[in-house]
Design a protein around this ligand. Sequence first.
Ligand code: NAD
Length: 263
Amino acid sequence: MIMKGKKGVILGIANKKSIAYGIAKACQEQGAEMAITFLNERFEQKLAPIAEDLGCGARLYPCDVSRPEEITALRESLEKDFGQIDFVVHSIAFAPKEGLSGRFVDISKEAFDVAMDISVYSLIEITRELKPILSDNASVLTLSYYGGEKYIPNYNLMGVAKAALEMTVKYLAEDLGRDGIRVNAISAGPIKTLAAAGIGDFAFMLKWNKAHAPLKENVTIEQVGNSGMYLLSDLSSAVTGEIHYVDGGYNIMGMPAVEFDEN
Ligand code: NAD
C-alpha cells in the first residue's frame, strides 16, 4: 500500500471519465484517504456517488477556482477534516469554445483571460492557499498536454495556457522546494473526456495519436492514474518541476513512421 497514511484533495472530477477520477482511484487502491471537490450544484449530485465510491464519505466540497472565497473555504474544511494533507491534484482547465477552434488570431482578450485564470493561475492560488496545511513532504500534481509545447490543430488557446502551466510548475517547484513541497505535471495523451469534447475535431487527435505513438494505443485514465499516484507518493521523493509524459511515447516522434506512395 504505497499511499497508506497519505491524505489529499482532488480537484477536477466531473464524472468517472475524468482523468482526476483515474488518479483518485489509483490513490484509493494504494490506501490514500481523500476529499474531492465539485464545480457547482450541477455537479454536486453527480459526484455524491463518486465520493462514496472513493471512500470520501462527506468530504465533498464546492470549489469553483474563479471564486477565491471557495478556495479559502476549501482549506478550512480540509483543515477541520484532516489537519494536514500530503497531496493535491489540480486537474482543471477551461477555455471558452471560441478559443478551441477556428483562427488563432481571432482569440478575444476575454477568452484569453478566462482560460489563463482557470487553467493556470488557479494552480498558483490553490497551492498558496493550501500551503499552510501541506505536510513537510507534500506533492502537488497538475495535468498538461503536448499542445502546450508544439502546435496541435484546434488546441489553440489551451495550448498557450498549457505552456504557461508547465512553466508555472517549474517556478512553483523551485519556490516551494525549500518547504519540501514538490510540484509536477503529467502531460497526458488525448483521452475522451468532458473537457476534450470542447476541442474541435478531437476524434482526429485520438486517431492520429494512436496511429503515430510508439505504443500504438491511446492512453487510459487508469494509466494516467497510476503515473499520477507515483508522482503523489514517496516513490518520487526526488522528483520535482517535472513534466512527465504519459502519452504512449508520442512526444518522441519527429516524423510519423508511415510509408507513402512517392508518385
Ligand atoms: P474533465 O472535463 O473530466 O475535467 C475538467 C475539470 O475541470 C472538470 O471537473 C471541471 O469541473 C473542472 N473545472 C472547469 N472549470 C473549473 C473552475 N472554474 N473551477 C473548478 N473546476 C473547474 O476533463 P479532463 O480531460 O479529465 O481534464 C482534466 C485536466 O487534464 C485538464 O487540465 C485537461 O486540460 C488535462 N488534459 C486532458 C487531456 C485529454 O485529452 N482529456 C489530455 C491532457 C491533459
